[in-house]
Design a protein around this ligand. Structure first.
Ligand code: ARG
Length: 264
């Protein structure tokens, strides 16, 4: 089925600071290549019949391309992001303003939350990560605002600092895919209990951001380097679509990070 996505062109993309272990400002970034890879991702969505909307990138905000962090939108209600690090703080109001202008009911967050980086909606639950970015207080805030049962999940590996780097909502028969090692023992047991048919991935697939994927329940757009996950998806009846996001990965992001789902 058709989805609506908000994206932000990586016009000002750079790796100028380090707020996750993937970011090394001494590694050169090919800004032109980043734009080409991002454009290909947007084109894939359009080819699949999805709607891509755009927010104007702002100079001085190199991570603004990671639209998933900009807000959380469920049933037309928007919870604004409140970023943990000052380097990204100005993105929160920029995204919230876009939604306000587009006529959405917007809510300013009280607690630190980094949008769909840590808040992922399944059919039954709102999965909510914490440990590196999003404050656990935001979990209760999201539950109250959206009226969806929130399941808190504890992230333990700094390489997988956002929930959307460690878990992907697939929909369909498996419901989710995740890297068990990225979660605390208790959270692993919660995931096993809630999602007995989930796909569990190995670390090499997760390290190329294979879990930073965007699924419409059938077609799954994911980094082409995640070869193990691609074949497992196929085996389970999904249609994997590979995309190369190597430049954006230098900032610690993949296809899902560049994509904010707008659920009206
Ligand atoms: N450099 C960005 C940060 O560390 C990357 C954000 C990736 N986004 C995501 N949804 N995981 O904040």
């Amino acid at each position: 089925m058709s989805r609506r996505y908000l994206m932000c062109r990586p016009t000002y993309f750079a790796v100028d600071y380090t707020i996750n272990p993937w970011m090394d400002p001494s590694t050169p970034v090919d800004a032109e290549l980043a734009i080409r890879q991002w454009t290909e991702l947007a084109d894939i969505y359009r080819d699949l019949g999805h709607t891509v909307e755009l927010i104007e990138p702002l100079p001085g905000l190199p991570d603004m391309v990671f639209a998933a962090n900009g807000a959380t939108v469920i049933d037309g209600t928007v919870l604004g992001a409140q970023f943990k690090y000052p380097e990204r703080a100005a993105e929160g109001p920029a995204y919230l303003e876009w939604f306000a202008r587009a006529g959405f009911a917007t809510h300013q967050a009280k607690f630190v939350n980094e949008g769909e980086g840590d808040l992922l909606l399944t059919e039954r639950f709102l999965l909510a990560g914490t440990g590196f970015r999003t404050d656990p207080g935001a979990h209760g805030e999201a539950q109250e605002l959206f009226g969806r049962p929130v399941i808190g999940l504890q992230l333990v590996d700094p390489s997988f600092y956002h929930l959307d780097t460690a878990l992907c909502v697939l929909g369909g028969p498996a419901e989710v895919a995740y890297l068990p090692e990225a979660f605390s023992a208790g959270s692993r047991r919660v995931l096993a209990r809630l999602f007995p048919d989930a796909i569990t991935v190995d670390e090499p697939d997760a390290r190329v951001f294979g879990l930073n994927a965007v699924s419409d329940g059938q077609r799954v757009v994911l980094p082409v380097q995640a070869v193990g996950l691609m074949s497992e998806l196929e085996r389970r009846g999904y249609r994997p679509i590979g995309v190369d996001m190597s430049e954006l990965r230098k900032a610690g992001g993949g296809p899902k990070c560049c994509t904010l789902e707008v659920r009206v």
